[in-house]
Design a protein around this ligand. Structure first.
Ligand SMILES: Cc1cc2nc3c(=O)[nH]c(=O)nc-3n(C[C@H](O)[C@H](O)[C@H](O)COP(=O)(O)O)c2cc1C
Length: 186
């Protein structure tokens, strides 16, 4: 599988690094950070960028990178986290950097796209932009906590969310305890 990971400047950029860390090594990753994502990473966390043979990093200015073309075979894209700014660009088709270009290409190629918008509360504009993308088949999956599978620590919460994002991209994982009840009621 080939997966594009776009990291934009919302809070929680470290979630993207952990997502990358947990991705199975047989998945090829193409990773792009926006400038604001780099800034928010510096301000919020001191985690180093993962380095591994299955990861290629691109500069967001490299509009000519291979991943910007529909002819370069990629299976899916995740934008994690997704800023209000990038969300708005995606919703109107602006393609002025590698991330927004790759999004526009993924949309036209009907690829699986998952976005992880992070803002609180949502403005009506934010909600409208998410609705617009959702109607086009984009999976809108914000970083929302859950308490139903025994989470006790922040790490457990993060593994739950990362596992759910992987589920949406059809990436097998056992990062969290799934809700299951296979007993018959009668
Ligand atoms: C530390 C930090 C945290 C931020 N958190 C958010 C956020 O949670 N959501 C958001 O939409 N924008 C957030 N912003 C603002 C965006 O970074 C800003 O709008 C930027 O233009 C986004 O650019 P990009 O979409 O190219 O990454 C944050 C900025 C900084 C510096």
């Amino acid at each position: 599988m080939k997966l594009i990971v776009a990291v934009t400047g919302a809070s929680g950029v470290s979630l993207a690094l952990k997502f990358i860390k947990y991705i199975p090594k047989d998945i090829k990753l193409f990773v792009v950070f926006s400038n604001s994502a780099k800034l928010s990473l510096k301000l919020e966390s001191n985690i180093a960028l993962p380095n591994s043979e299955n990861i290629i990093y691109y500069d967001n200015k490299s509009i000519d990178a291979s991943i910007s073309s529909g002819s370069f075979g990629v299976d899916a894209m995740i934008v994690i986290p997704c800023s209000a700014n990038s969300l708005a660009k995606f919703a109107v088709g602006i393609a002025d950097n590698l991330i927004s270009r790759v999004f526009a290409v993924s949309l036209k190629e009907n690829r699986k796209i998952v976005i992880v918008p992070r803002e609180m509360p949502y403005s009506l504009l934010f909600l409208k932009n998410m609705t617009k993308l959702s109607k086009m088949g984009v999976v809108v999956a914000p970083p929302v906590l859950a308490y139903y599978s025994g989470q006790k620590t922040i790490e457990d919460m993060e593994r739950f969310m990362i596992g759910r994002w992987m589920d949406m991209l059809n990436i097998k994982n056992s990062l969290y305890k799934r809700w299951s009840d296979e007993k018959s009621d009668i």
